[in-house]
Ligand binder design. Structure first.
Ligand SMILES: [Zn+2]
Ligand SMILES: [Zn+2]
Length: 399
């Protein structure tokens, strides 16, 4: 049963590439992807799947119920594109102005649809159920969280025992090389929004006003001191103030000063701590100067944490399916973030990067995901499709 998955993926790889190209030509952004959803539904048409469309977003949840009793495994592929004007020159380039599949989610969608076909053909002997999670709105819209609130994790009647997601990379990894690590795989990404409230006045008489600018500057530098004094260097946080605005003229003290910072952390503990400490530090420094500060900590995506056992299982699966040289242990987490983290907060599983660099390009210098020039090679499609299918087959067989 297991031996034929890769051959079968190769046999349908032309159709998977066609679907991928159709999605790539016609990209959509955010939570509402009606044209992409229609392409997925057409690709799944005729397969023995229980299909539900999302209510608040254009997701597709497909369930394959195996012919033998067993557990449930979830496979996720995201579907959304980015506000980028494509400059790749590929024949299937975007035909929508200012929108591009620059993160390779078109490959994920097509590979997951391909895996649904491969597994459907094995329905009779499948020992358990597979949830195919076709997810909109990964790029900052929290689509995974919305699908969870609409019940994707409970759709078979019992929680999945494991969840897996693949993510292609247009550089950094050679074509066909998978990379991941146990524990923290990607950062949490949050926003700190601080406004220091003072009282404006004449710049020649600062004692008669309440100047918010020096206090806001002091908060900015104190945040960096806090990073080095209050956090373990081996569980780091990154705080970057990327926006700072106050005032209108050299001779006017403004009423307030506002800045925005991105905050990255790599463990739930560091994240909870930085959230509490940044807000307190901003308020207390303002207070020390007789001012007030409004400090809001806006949660982005949580830390993406791979389960060690499920990752080891995925590594073995990659070795058996593709060869042991095809998996590399990632030495460090990625500083980007991912909303598959919401799934992994509830279900043990693994998020695996998969190289899709074009064979002629140098993985060290080729444009990376989100670049207008990022090219993802079709050569990753058959392996990725087979890997999705094999992860489900082997995990269900393991019980
Ligand atoms: Zn992305
Ligand atoms: Zn992505």
């Amino acid at each position: 049963m297991v031996a034929g998955v890769h051959d079968d993926a190769v046999a349908i790889s032309g159709e998977i590439a066609e679907l991928r190209h159709a999605i790539h030509r016609d990209p959509e952004i955010g939570l509402d992807l009606p044209r992409t959803q229609a392409k997925v539904l057409a690709a799944l048409d005729g397969l023995p799947l229980e299909i539900t469309a999302g209510r608040s977003l254009s997701s597709v949840t497909a369930v394959l119920r195996g012919g033998r009793p067993g557990q449930t495994v979830l496979l996720r592929g995201d579907m959304d594109a980015l506000p980028v004007t494509e400059r790749t020159g590929v024949p299937y380039a975007s035909q929508v102005d200012g929108v591009m599949h620059a993160c390779g989610h078109d490959l994920h969608t097509a590979m997951l649809a391909g895996a649904a076909r491969l597994l459907s053909a094995r329905q009779a002997e499948l020992p358990g159920n597979v949830i195919f999670m076709f997810q909109p709105g990964e790029e900052g819209y929290g689509g995974a969280r919305q699908m969870i609130s609409e019940g994707v994790l409970d759709v078979t009647g019992e929680r999945p025992v494991a969840a897996f997601a693949l993510h292609v990379a247009s550089s950094e990894l050679p074509l066909g090389i998978a990379a991941s690590r146990p524990g923290t795989m990607m950062a949490a990404s949050d926003t700190l929004d601080v406004t220091v409230h003072g009282r404006g006045g004449h710049a020649s008489q600062p004692h008669g006003a309440a100047d918010p600018i020096p206090a806001a500057c002091e908060i900015v530098t104190a945040l960096q001191t806090m990073v080095t004094r209050r956090f373990d260097v081996f569980d780091p946080v990154v705080i970057t103030v990327g926006s700072f605005h106050a005032g209108t003229a050299d001779n006017v003290i403004p009423d307030d000063a506002r800045f925005l910072a991105t905050v990255r952390s790599f463990s739930p503990a560091a994240r909870a701590s930085v959230k509490d400490r940044t807000v307190r530090l901003a308020r207390d420094i303002a207070s020390a100067h007789g001012l007030t500060a409004t400090a809001e900590y806006i949660d982005g995506y949580p830390v993406t944490v791979n389960d060690g056992t499920e990752l080891a299982f995925a590594e073995q699966t990659i070795a058996k399916l593709l060869g042991s040289e095809r998996f590399v242990a990632a030495p460090d987490p990625l500083t980007g973030s991912e909303d598959f983290s919401y799934v992994l907060q509830q279900i043990p599983g693994a998020f695996i990067m998969f190289g899709a660099c074009t064979p002629g390009a140098d993985p060290a210098t080729a444009p990376f995901n989100h670049s207008a020039e990022a090219v993802f090679d079709d050569g990753a499609l058959a392996d990725g499709t087979a890997l999705y299918a094999e992860l489900a087959l082997r995990r269900l067989a393991a019980g």
